[in-house]
Design a binder for this molecule. Structure first.
Ligand SMILES: Cc1cc2nc3c(=O)[nH]c(=O)nc-3n(C[C@H](O)[C@H](O)[C@H](O)COP(=O)(O)O)c2cc1C
Length: 213
């Protein structure tokens, strides 16, 4: 691969495998099994699973209007989904943004950035143990244009919807996760170089479940 190809690929990001819309576990079973998991096994997360989790969070399920797996106040879609990836063979280390139209990842930052996020999240070990950390952010302005001050509440509610979808999808895939709300907002903004007006809402470390967890 030439250096030019590498730059081009990094700009484009990568297509994710098509999400599955059926599975072996019922919603009831996933609800029953869900537990916060903070330690993960060494097995890598396949790109297919990352795509499935992205889809569970914000995947488009109705192309014409762009409606998604999670509800959104007035379909204003203020959430963004990122994946901080470390040590996977299929994807170089870095921060990737989920592009809903086209179901793909776009590279935002290169390199191993887990240490910065770990520090920002008050040194919670789950972050360092996970090969993938999903970061859910909100751009309140998108919802405030229509709903004014009520947007703050709506955006937070939406993060809950997306995180719960991901939590249940993770159970069905044999992946452990926990929703992390305890972090230093400005440190996360800095670590991930988030744009002005974009706030981190949840961190979700993701890793294959340990056999005994
Ligand atoms: C808003 C919110 C913030 C949370 N923040 C953290 C966190 O920062 N770190 C953590 O380990 N767990 C966090 N949790 C997970 C809770 O500790 C966990 O859900 C609770 O102990 C119940 O356990 P369960 O999820 O296994 O049912 C958070 C949960 C919620 C709903």
């Amino acid at each position: 691969m030439t250096a030019q190809q590498t730059v081009a690929e990094e700009k484009q990001g990568m297509a994710l495998p098509q999400p599955s819309v059926s599975g072996d576990m019922s919603v009831e079973e996933a609800l029953h099994e869900r537990r916060s998991i903070r330690r993960y096994g060494d097995a890598p997360l396949p790109l297919r699973d990352i795509g499935q989790l992205a889809w569970a969070a914000q995947g488009i399920t109705e192309e014409r209007r762009g409606l998604r797996t999670s509800p959104s106040a007035g379909a204003t879609y203020p959430l963004e989904i990122y994946f901080l990836i470390t040590g996977l063979e299929e994807i170089p280390d870095g921060l990737y943004r989920y592009v809903t139209r086209g179901h793909r990842l776009e590279k935002v930052l290169s390199g191993d950035r887990r240490g910065d996020l770990f520090e920002s999240a008050l040194y919670q070990d789950a972050i360092m143990s996970a090969p993938v950390v999903m970061v859910i952010t909100g751009v309140e302005e998108r919802t405030a244009r229509r709903y004014g001050q009520r947007a703050t509440r709506y955006v937070h509610m939406e993060a809950g919807h997306a995180a719960q979808n991901v939590s249940l999808q993770a159970v069905a895939l044999g992946i452990g996760t926990v929703v992390i709300g305890a972090f230093d907002d400005s440190a996360v903004v800095q670590a991930l170089r988030l744009d002005e007006g974009e706030s981190p809402l949840y961190l979700m470390p993701l890793g294959k479940q340990l056999d005994n967890s």
